[in-house]
Design a protein around this ligand. Structure first.
Ligand SMILES: *Cc1c(COP(=O)(O)O)cnc(C)c1O
Length: 341
């Protein structure tokens, strides 16, 4: 038997968090001006916070170590302990944050069946405080939707949710870990997203390719409270400018190029016959194939392609900065052959 031609470097499509900072980004980090951010004196953090607030048309932004902390802080800003959050059952805030909203915020969540939500369903969930019931205080939307396969929620839906939440005096939160992808894919300005949400958590460490960092984006009063919550959670950082510099670099150089990730994800989706994808996530349902999630991941790994198992019969491939055209083609070829597509 001929030796198999296993490529030297695997194509790693498990997650867009895996991107390594480029040399140029590292250089920006190395030369960053820094100060103590807990004192509010780190010029690189302050510049990034101002820039991101402005991008979304909000008064303020607060740098936090992770998107999870960003979400946790935002939810506590808009939902008091024992009050209620409505989101979808697959949302990151109730799926992948180790129950933080419940533990840290004492927040009760009620979920609609997973995936992007429609306005009517959310409207049917809203409850006032009453005998035995607590008030629904906020609705959380994920943009793009991670478990929803990187789906972009249309602006009409977001505006409908905005009207609904405004009518009931509720807040609208955005888990915008990949809001950049949504903005690029749907040609929607970030400011337009900013206008519909009271709070947003946005990540620099996904498709933008920064090693660490997210921001809470909101009004000045909530931002002041966010700084208190951040410190209480142990997320107040000192010379964080080295991290902020990576984020600023990413916003300058890696925002528009997300379109390339989307194009490559489209190429992979086409090869696998899984239908069009909105952004950089290609979900693959393995029902009716010879594989389940773990066995496909193992077989692909043997041929130098790494993908994530996200359900017993479901895997995903995520394009990002470290996956070029060759890598995307190679991955598409390997997985298509395995699935006989
Ligand atoms: C990655 C992600 C987050 C935040 O994750 P961290 O790893 O804590 O930065 C939040 N929401 C969604 C939808 C995500 O994909």
């Amino acid at each position: 038997m001929l030796p198999s031609l296993v490529p030297m470097t695997p194509v790693d499509l498990r997650s867009d968090t895996l991107t390594r900072p480029t040399e140029a980004m590292r250089a920006a980090m190395a030369s960053a001006e820094v100060g103590d951010d807990v004192y509010g004196e780190d010029p690189s953090v302050n510049a990034l916070e101002e820039q991101v607030a402005e991008l979304f048309g909000h008064e303020a932004a607060v740098f936090v170590p992770s998107g999870t902390m960003g979400n946790q802080i935002c939810l506590r800003l808009v939902v008091a302990p024992a009050e209620e959050l409505v989101c979808d059952a697959d949302a990151h805030v109730v799926t992948y944050e180790h129950g933080g909203a419940a533990q840290h915020g004492g927040i009760q969540s009620r979920t609609v069946p997973g995936g992007p939500m429609d306005v009517e369903t959310v409207a049917s969930m809203v409850r006032p405080a009453g005998w035995g019931t607590v008030a629904t205080s906020a609705v959380s939307v994920e943009q793009t939707h991670n478990r929803g396969g990187g789906a972009v929620q249309p602006m009409e839906v977001l505006q409908g949710l905005r009207r609904l939440t405004a009518t009931h005096g509720m807040a609208l939160h955005c888990d915008g870990a990949r809001i950049w992808n949504a903005s690029v894919a749907s040609a929607t300005p970030l400011e337009a997203y900013g206008a519909v949400f009271d709070t947003l958590s946005v990540c620099l460490s996904k498709g933008l390719g920064a090693p660490v960092g997210s921001l809470v984006v909101t009004d000045s009063a909530r931002a002041a409270e966010a700084r208190v919550l951040r410190k209480r959670l142990g997320g107040g950082l000192r010379q964080a400018g080295v991290l902020a510099a990576a984020g600023s670099y990413a916003l300058r150089h890696h925002l528009d190029r997300l379109a390339e990730d989307h194009r490559r994800a489209g190429l992979i989706a086409d090869a696998l016959g899984v239908g069009p994808v909105d952004t950089n996530i290609v979900p693959v349902d393995l029902t009716g194939t010879a594989f389940d999630g773990p066995s496909l991941a193992a077989a692909a790994r043997e041929q130098g392609v790494l993908l994530s198992v996200v359900g017993p019969q479901r895997v995903r491939l995520v394009t990002h900065l470290d996956v070029d055209d060759d890598g995307a083609r190679r991955a598409a070829g390997v997985v298509a052959r395995l699935l006989e597509r």
